[in-house]
Design a protein around this ligand. Structure first.
Ligand SMILES: [Zn+2]
Ligand SMILES: [Zn+2]
Length: 102
């Protein structure tokens, strides 16, 4: 199950479970859409993979207790700002390959 981390790892902006701005990699490294586009160039600084929009967990109990009331988002903040110069070099290397070959 996704942790639904509470903030952007780079800029620490709040990303509550209902946020449409949250982006995640396959390891659930979590950033805001602005940082993914403007800082990260869609390359995760932790694993080198890409990002997708984080799905919204239902806030209502539509079915089988599978909802935020039963499975709330994480409250553990992971704020690890990216070194922009180092990341630019990292991303430039990775982006020479098409996504399916990275
Ligand atoms: Zn951010
Ligand atoms: Zn990652």
């Amino acid at each position: 199950m996704l942790e639904l981390r509470p903030t952007c790892e780079n800029c620490n902006t709040p990303l509550p479970p209902g946020s449409l701005e949250a982006r995640i990699c396959t390891y659930e490294c979590t950033f805001c859409a602005t940082c993914v586009e403007d800082v990260l160039e869609n390359v995760c600084p932790n694993c080198g993979g890409g990002f997708v929009p984080r799905p919204i967990r239902p806030s209502r109990n539509w079915k089988g207790d599978n909802f935020l009331g039963n499975d709330p988002g994480s409250t553990t903040v992971r704020h690890r700002p990216v070194d922009r110069a180092a990341h630019a070099r990292f991303a430039a290397t990775i982006r020479t390959l098409p996504p399916h070959e990275r």
